[in-house]
Design a protein around this ligand. Structure first.
Ligand code: HEC
Length: 173
């Protein structure tokens, strides 16, 4: 009986080793047609709309409507208002979704300029004399960490209110 028990124990302990194999399996080949290593998005050369879908839409949704349930503000018809208040221009680059995205500086600048187009998500909220972002500006701004994000955002929203701007960012205050 005891021998049987011991045998059982040995089987239980060795079974996983029998099935275990190195992961990734060193002998495994790439699937045909998929031999090249995947390019990072910063080098992939996708268009700006694709970059948005890949890096931003998971939270802000495809049409930029955001998701109050997930505390994600609406960009659609609103995001341009940040450019009307002091500090807002910097804020748009420094929010983590932007500054810590996998996009390079030029791609972040292109994305912001795309959002701010009149036919873009910001739509009519973009100020009349919009100055496009450059890769250099993004590079300088994204390196500075924002320490108090909710506080900074709340100040910007307060400043917008003071200017009489309707706060239609989809968030509940
Ligand atoms: C993980 C979810 C998430 C991802 C991914 C994300 N964001 Fe955001 N974004 C947020 C949240 C939440 C805020 C509100 C400020 C904060 O808490 O970061 C925000 C704020 C912003 C703002 C400032 C406007 C405002 O109302 O605060 C802009 C502009 C923005 N995001 C654009 C983008 C873009 C463009 C991308 C893709 C490169 C992106 N975000 C990726 C969640 C995300």
């Amino acid at each position: 009986m005891r021998r049987l028990l011991l045998l059982g124990l040995v089987c239980v302990m060795t079974a996983p080793l029998v099935y275990a194999r190195a992961i990734p399996n060193p002998a495994q080949r790439h699937a045909p047609g998929n031999e090249e290593l995947q390019k990072p998005i910063s080098e992939a050369g996708y268009g700006v709309g694709v970059n948005y879908q890949l890096q931003c839409a998971g939270c802000h949704l495809g049409d930029g409507m955001g998701s109050p349930a997930n505390d994600t503000p609406r960009l659609q018809g609103f995001v341009g208002n940040f450019l009307k208040v002091p500090g807002g221009r910097e804020f748009l680059v420094r929010v983590p979704g932007m500054s810590q995205s996998a996009l390079n500086n030029a791609q972040v600048a292109d994305l912001l300029n795309w959002l701010m187009r009149e036919d873009g998500m910001a739509g009519k909220s973009t100020p009349a004399h919009y100055q496009p972002y450059s890769a250099e500006e993004v590079s300088a701004l994204r390196q500075k960490a924002m320490l108090n994000l909710p506080g900074t955002r709340a100040e910007l929203i307060k400043e917008m209110r003071a200017q009489g701007i309707a706060i239609e960012d989809g968030m509940s205050y």
